[in-house]
Write a new protein. Structure first.
Length: 312
């Protein structure tokens, strides 16, 4: 039997109904730069790490990769509540941590210092903290631990692996970039491509053009994001979504667009790269987060300073 979690409610933040809100869970290493502390944990163990965190509890942690994304999400909430103070369909952020509540004081202090509207801090002593995601109604989980992400995906929760990097906080609105195959869509065409090459994949797509693609691991999150976006006119929306895919627009773009239409998912802009590097277009968009299943694309995004999350 797993040990229960210890949840600290942030009384400074209005609590949201998880059945209506878009709940995003982030681990402490995704939202703050804890690389030095994590190294200490690996080399010296849990007790030394806890001692260090307690001794530095009033010293704010530096922002991590998902920090700017969380700030932009907060901005969207502000805009929603400006137009409808009774709205319940908001973003809700909770932090999921393997820290003890004692060593987690620094995490709570840092979040408050930066004005992050995190509604709950869940300190889980169990090795697999992802078992608590469903009970909190989590729709997206961001972690710096690959095993956590794989466990979350197996539990049917949209999840991605965040790599620690220096991130410049881009300005609002919230900008989210999705890759297509194996992220928004299923990896069926990728499998055909691996077995039969590009020509085979193109033929398959043409034959299947009228059939919507299967769901990818981030579809549920994208759909809820789209639902929030529909509260605003296109000109006034505080959310912009993008599809940046390696597919070619001519041969393989039609089915992607038809699938999005079938799902009722409005994407602001779609870029069909036909295998060209994604770095230049990402530099132009400056997203708060970029989701891709290809590590080479993630590396390229990191090289140009784009906060990236890998969907394994």
């Amino acid at each position: 039997m797993a040990e229960p979690e210890s949840t600290v409610i942030n009384t400074d933040v209005k609590q949201k109904d998880p059945s209506e809100a878009l709940v995003i869970a982030v681990t402490t290493r995704a939202i703050f730069n804890l690389e030095e502390e994590h190294k200490l944990y690996l080399e010296k163990g849990k007790e030394e790490y806890a001692r260090h965190q307690q001794a530095n509890q009033d010293k704010p942690l530096q922002p991590g990769t998902a920090f700017a994304f969380i700030q932009a999400v907060q901005y969207v909430n502000e805009k929603i509540l400006e137009s409808n103070p009774a709205e319940k369909d908001l973003f809700d952020i909770l932090v999921l941590s393997n820290n003890s509540p004692e060593s987690g004081v620094r995490i709570i202090n840092s979040a408050k210092r930066y004005g992050l509207e995190i509604s709950k801090f869940c300190f889980v002593s169990d090795e697999d903290s992802t078992q608590y995601l469903k009970s909190h109604g989590v729709k997206l989980f961001l972690s710096a631990d690959r095993i956590d992400v794989c466990n979350a995906l197996q539990r049917g929760v949209s999840a991605a692996l965040v790599f620690q990097q220096e991130v410049q906080a881009p300005s609002t609105p919230l900008r989210v970039v999705f890759d297509g195959d194996a992220v928004l869509f299923s990896d069926e065409t990728d499998q055909v491509f691996r077995e039969q090459g590009l020509e085979g994949a193109v033929q398959y797509e043409r034959a299947m053009e009228a059939v919507p693609m299967g769901e990818g691991p981030l579809k549920a999150f994208a759909m809820h994001l789209g639902k929030i976006r529909k509260k605003f006119s296109q000109e006034k929306s505080p959310i912009r979504t993008y599809l940046v895919t390696a597919r070619s627009g001519r041969d393989m773009g039609v089915r992607a667009i038809k699938t999005l239409r079938e799902w009722g998912l409005a994407i602001d802009e779609a870029f069909f790269m036909d295998g060209a590097p994604k770095g230049p277009i990402l530099t132009q968009i400056q997203p708060h987060i970029f989701f891709d299943d290809g590590l080479h694309n993630i590396q390229e995004a990191q090289d140009v300073g784009i906060p990236s999350a890998w969907v394994p």
